[in-house]
Design a protein around this ligand. Structure first.
Ligand SMILES: C[S@@+](CC[C@H](N)C(=O)[O-])C[C@H]1O[C@@H](n2cnc3c(N)ncnc32)[C@H](O)[C@@H]1O
Length: 148
């Protein structure tokens, strides 16, 4: 069971890491709980997911693809499952930073190799990669990339 505080903790982490970012794409945002916390933290957030039952937050009811026009300063994902690699590729395409809290891989890898793979792929794609963590149990490691 994922920690219920993950949205609040990640929003605070993002505020500390990107104090001047304004517009954020929250990818694989589920029903919009991270969006709510990002808004409280002072960001303008747009959530991408296919959830029909959701909170009343700015929501793009579709999957993020590389063709999505970019109108954000930062792209993020909390436990984004199948969207994880897309987030990194999208950030690389648009030369914007990303920050993700990965959980399951989208290629069958277990957690630790998956984290190493993501960090290496992001470095290869031209990012300076930082690792952090949220103070909660479970999948709490944060991978952040800033365009070099
Ligand atoms: C494990 S859930 C996490 C939801 C939420 N972030 C949370 O922590 O509860 C993964 C979500 O990724 C969404 N998803 C997968 N690929 C996506 C994509 N390309 N764009 C947007 N959402 C995607 C799924 O619909 C699902 O809601």
């Amino acid at each position: 069971m994922a920690d219920k505080r993950r949205f609040e903790l990640f929003a605070a982490y993002l505020k500390g890491s990107f104090p001047s970012a304004r517009r954020v794409y929250d990818v694989a945002g589920g029903m919009g709980r991270l969006n709510q916390e990002l808004t409280k933290a002072g960001f303008e957030a747009l959530t991408f997911d296919v959830r029909v039952k959701r909170l009343p937050v700015p929501f793009a009811e579709r999957r993020l693809t590389l063709e999505e026009p970019c109108a954000c300063d930062l792209v993020v994902g909390m436990h984004p499952d199948g969207a994880t690699s897309v987030i990194v590729a999208y950030a690389a395409r648009h030369r914007i930073p990303f920050s993700i809290v990965p959980c399951c891989s989208d290629n069958g890898m277990s957690y630790k190799p998956w984290m190493r793979h993501l960090a290496a792929a992001a470095a290869e794609a031209g990012f300076m990669v930082e690792e952090g963590s949220l103070p909660m149990p479970g999948r709490s490691r944060v991978l952040t990339g800033r365009p070099r």
